[in-house]
Design a protein around this ligand. Structure first.
Ligand SMILES: Cc1cc2nc3c(=O)[nH]c(=O)nc-3n(C[C@H](O)[C@H](O)[C@H](O)COP(=O)(O)OP(=O)(O)OC[C@H]3O[C@@H](n4cnc5c(N)ncnc54)[C@H](O)[C@@H]3O)c2cc1C
Length: 678
């Protein structure tokens, strides 16, 4: 099944795209979550030069793993909310494109990434990546306490509590007498160096008006008197009985358990201090008191199939391509080694099989030409500049902002990019099959599956998603993929495995629950007795992923169309075209080659005249780039030779008399010499 070529038309198809501008990826976090939301506008002013440290989650709101991690981070931030004068738990959403420069500057290429910034940080270089276990919240709190302690030793910030162990000379009476009258509770944590539980307690309760917290080793006289059987030991003293602890921990307690215990004491003290009536119960207007019942827990209802979700939309594909090119790939400040190899493989794959309009296919043709020439590395800046240049050259075939049609989630942070990426990958495998099914030399794993695998592994910034996919390629042997159609079925199976794993997960959009695909309502023949019939599934996939819809895409009043025949330009005209004609322009390589060759011939015939005029038509491609390079090369040489000649002439003028005298009376004068010899 060869897909219809784009007639004999090579075109600058200035497809305008109806995008929902201003639709930003909204934050996963809400004001009550105890995290400080940073963004490009406040990041530098908040984090740099601040008297407190920052512990920041760089996350992406569409990343399933980040959605999954959110409750952990909220719990952590809530546990550390009283640390905020010393270290502030924060977030920044890297899926929000406006924040991309910040995330790129901090070399964030996997989500979620946690970084600690000490107080008075000056730049991104001061941020330290957290490499501990981010799910072990108590030990992560101790790690943060360790960062804080190091900063305390280095900077002694005057507004911080004393993050140090109690000197052995201080006795209990002295502690009480140094405390203010409001401080009703004395907390002592007994443990050995590095005292992290104790320091965490000091940081957490350092600003509490009812508490004084100290840390001491087991050799301290107070510890000798009261220490329990385990370390660290928590002692809690009350002012009304200052010489004997009211509480001594008898078993191991985590830093959070200690904090909870101390909070119990604080609540009791606070209650006696502020004794007043209990807060009134919430009243619902118009409801009798007995009618007010607790809201029922939400029950899972069966969500009907939304068929709009099951359409391959060009705008989803284009948005995924846009996001991938402008956000995901340049997350790495420098692309080199295996990342560069993965990028080359992926862009080459897209050059061959990307679904889309002629300009989109040309964009990948040219991007591939350029990428393959980069031998060692590509910086994020040069990548972004190249993509922008191609977008301009080709009339912006990809949208300026991502906007979703079938991939639109019920919340701004659900679905979107990963849905578009899956759709793109399936469409690529189908296009590869359509183009190569009769090609006996075609190697489906090397030419299609491995480039997909390597791209996902190296560039899908949802770190766990990328790792899971990588494991899947190991577990479901790629060596079994031998025929072009096997690639389609391999990816279909892999995707269904992911759907199965994520069903009911926090990252699932409740309005679009995970299902095995295709549902019987989409392909009745595909399922017999509950079992997928792979032959039918293949037929369905071929139909489904070649039926690309154009919702949201409209033709602009004018398309510039250039018609070729036998490698010669026949006509250049402005037309109104239905964008549908522009999709599946799979002969674009030949068109690009023909155009490049024609340009080259013209340039060779008269370089001075032609490269400029070709360039100015707004559609100059590889040939004009090459001729521009060559002209620059000639120009540089021209300038160098000119300067050298001018210099020689000046020197000649300067020493003209000496020159001629030397010429005629050799040895009487020394050329260029500033001394006169007698
Ligand atoms: C490679 C990869 C790995 C991922 N791993 C994880 C992960 O580990 N954890 C996590 O939370 N999220 C992961 N995600 C994201 C997750 O798979 C979904 O993309 C996301 O939850 C959005 O789901 P969705 O409902 O939009 O449909 P998606 O699963 O994104 O599917 C998009 C569209 O593809 C079609 N489709 C569905 N299933 C199939 C199939 N089997 N074959 C062909 N077409 C199909 C449907 O039309 C569907 O609307 C991953 C994404 C990718 C691209």
């Amino acid at each position: 099944m060869r897909l219809p070529p784009l007639l004999a038309v090579s075109s600058v198809l200035l497809l305008s795209i109806v995008t929902v501008y201003g639709e930003e990826s909204k934050s996963l976090y809400a004001p009550g979550d105890n995290v400080l939301e940073l963004d490009i506008d406040n990041f530098d002013s908040m984090v740099y030069g601040s008297p407190r440290g920052y512990f920041i989650e760089f996350y992406s709101s569409w990343c399933g793993h980040c959605i999954h991690y959110k409750p952990q981070w909220v719990t952590f931030a809530t546990k550390l909310k009283d640390w905020s004068s010393v270290v502030q738990v924060s977030v920044i959403n890297c899926a929000d494109e406006k924040n991309s420069p910040v995330c790129r500057a901090h070399a964030i290429d996997a989500f979620p990434t946690l970084k600690y910034f000490p107080p008075h940080s000056k730049s991104k270089d001061d941020g330290q990546k957290y490499t501990g276990d981010k799910y072990e919240l108590p030990s992560m709190a101790l790690d943060v306490a360790k960062f804080v302690r190091a900063d305390y030793v280095a900077q002694r910030p005057p507004t911080w509590p004393k993050v140090e162990a109690l000197p052995s000379t201080i006795i209990l009476e002295q502690l009480w007498s140094a405390m203010s009258p409001s401080q009703q509770i004395l907390v002592a944590v007994i443990e050995e160096d590095p005292f992290l539980t104790g320091f965490a307690t000091v940081i957490g309760f350092g600003k509490n008006p009812f508490v004084e917290a100290v840390v001491m080793p087991s050799s301290h006289p107070i510890a000798q008197q009261f220490s329990g059987s385990v370390l660290p030991t928590l002692l809690i003293f009350k002012r009304d009985n200052p010489n004997a602890p009211d509480f001594v921990s008898k078993s191991e307690m985590s830093v959070f358990q200690m904090a909870d215990k101390i909070d119990e004491y604080i609540t009791a003290v606070a209650d006696t201090v502020h004794q007043g009536p209990p807060p009134p119960a919430a009243v619902i207007p118009g409801a009798a008191a007995e009618d007010v019942v607790a809201a029922p827990a939400p029950t899972k209802t069966l969500v009907p199939l939304n068929f709009e979700q099951f359409k391959v939309q060009q705008l989803d594909l284009s948005s995924a391509l846009h996001y991938m090119l402008t956000q995901e790939i340049p997350r790495k400040p420098v692309i080199d080694n295996e990342n560069l190899a993965a990028l080359k493989g992926w862009i080459h794959l897209l050059r061959r099989y990307v679904p889309g309009t002629a300009p989109i296919r040309r964009l990948f043709y040219r991007l591939d030409e350029w990428t393959q020439l980069q031998s060692y590395s590509i910086t994020a800046e040069s990548w972004i500049a190249k993509v922008a240049e191609l977008q301009t050259d080709l009339g912006h075939p990809l949208p300026a902002n991502a906007s979703w049609v079938a991939c639109k989630g019920s919340k701004p942070y659900l679905r979107g990019y990963t849905c578009g990426l899956w759709t793109l990958m399936h469409a690529v495998t189908v296009q590869a099959y359509a183009d190569e099914k009769d090609n006996h030399g075609f190697k489906p794993v090397v030419e299609v599956l491995e480039p997909i695998h390597q791209f996902i592994y190296h560039y899908l910034s949802c770190e766990i998603c990328a790792k899971n996919f990588h494991h899947m390629t190991e577990a479901n042997e790629l060596s079994l993929v031998t025929r072009p159609e096997d690639v389609i079925l391999w990816l279909w199976r892999a995707h269904n495995n992911v759907n199965r794993r994520l069903a009911g997960d926090a990252s699932e959009d409740p309005s679009y629950p995970k299902r095995q695909f295709p549902d019987a309502a989409l392909c009745h023949d595909c399922i017999v007795n509950g079992v997928y019939q792979e032959g039918k599934v293949l037929e369905f996939m071929l139909r489904y992923y070649t039926d690309v819809r154009t919702d949201g895409l409209v033709p602009t009043p004018g398309y510039k169309v250039t018609e070729f025949e036998d490698g010669k330009v026949q006509k250049v005209a402005v037309k109104h075209l239905n964008p549908k004609f522009a999709i599946h322009a799979n002969n674009v390589d030949k068109l690009e080659e023909t155009e490049a060759r024609l340009r080259q011939q013209q340039v060779d015939a008269n370089p001075k005249h032609h490269w400029r005029s070709l360039d100015s038509d707004g559609y100059a491609g590889a040939a004009s780039a090459q001729s521009a390079d060559r002209s620059t090369f000639y120009l540089i040489w021209f300038v160098i030779v000119g300067i050298a000649l001018a210099f020689a002439y000046l020197k000649y003028r300067q020493n003209r008399s000496k020159f001629w005298k030397t010429f005629y009376y050799y040895n009487d004068y020394k050329l260029y010499c500033c001394c006169w010899y007698p």
